[in-house]
Design a binder for this molecule. Sequence first.
Ligand SMILES: Cc1ncc(COP(=O)(O)O)c(C=O)c1O
Length: 405
Amino acid sequence: MSKSRGSDSNDSSRLSQTSVNFMQRCYLDNAATSWPKPEGVLAAMDRYHRELGIAAGRGATRAASEVDATIARCRQRAARLFNAESSDRIVFTFNGTDSLNVAIHGCLQPGDHVIASTLEHNSVLRPLSELRRCFGIETTFIEPEANGRVEPAKFGDALRPNTKLIALLHASNVTGVVQPIDDVGTIARQAGTLMLVDAAQTAGHLPIDVRNSPIDMLACPGHKGLLGPLGTGLLYLRPGIEQQVASFRQGGTGSLSEDDRQPDRLPDKYESGNHNVPGLFGLEAALDWLEQHGITARLAHEVELRCRLIDALADSTFVRLFAANLSDEFAVGVVSFVVNGFDPQEMAAILDHDFQIQTRAGLHCAPGAHRNLGTLATGGTIRVSFGPMTTVGDVDRLVDALRQF
Ligand SMILES: Cc1ncc(COP(=O)(O)O)c(C=O)c1O
């Protein structure tokens, strides 16, 4: 296949196709949002829309009771998944970004100092940048080492008397490299600093035990590794932490309505306005699926797919892999690469149009991670990311496609 093929992908007649059969696609973008969702997720959302269709926490009808019971069950399942102290420690949000904003805006005040890694997603970098510009909070960013992992001692070295928060992503959404959150969290705890973990790429993929880890706040979407629908997210807060985290938005909670102040109790303090009830019906079914299938086997499957892809491309002269030499225990099922001679966006478009393989090209909202890889100025990378439904055949289909260039 010649490289001129790239220009074909700009052919407007092909881009304007309206009847693509997406069921034949090879979906490798689970780090953006997982697909397909378990059947139970679709059934639960369908049933909610067709039969219930009522808001949560606002009524005394039987339909309202069922909605409230499902949401309570969803919270309990999430609490079990992360070994949280109780289900009221789980706050529902609308995505990972929302969870991170509730945590970051809620705990920081003018004069505070924050330490984060340069690998963070814009959902951490941009709130910090906003708070720096508007309220003068101070920030220190720690670069990863050559292996893509941060050195915990560097967080200790960066501590200041006014350090209020350490924010660290659990795994990079660009390379899949898992970060030493327990070691960094221990440093935070010894210093009396809050530890916020962005588990967007690990929740549902890796076991997380908040009760036995030095984590004060854990933020994640419901629609990625947890396999729930878009529009769902979670924030865990360790008992007592809510006293240091103001409510980011205020409004109706269906509780203490006579009081003009936001309730102090959890989860109401951080859950104003109507819930995404259909989303939570789907998330509840997704968490049920996760409980039944377990995380250990899933992790092994996704890491095996990562290894299969890397092994198949390791000797290639046309593909350059990033973070490929990582030991399995430090990786989730995310792989970044570039194809020599092709802009990542162009190659992703070819993979989609010619092979029905869906990847994600660009900077993945993580400019620091790309600066670190040297891909910031060259359009980033192509990222592929696996889920529990990804098969060995999907990986082989990608490898076969790439071998044609
Ligand atoms: C590491 C990381 N943090 C945060 C987010 C934001 O999550 P959401 O897309 O649910 O807002 C993402 C999404 O890709 C991510 O990869």
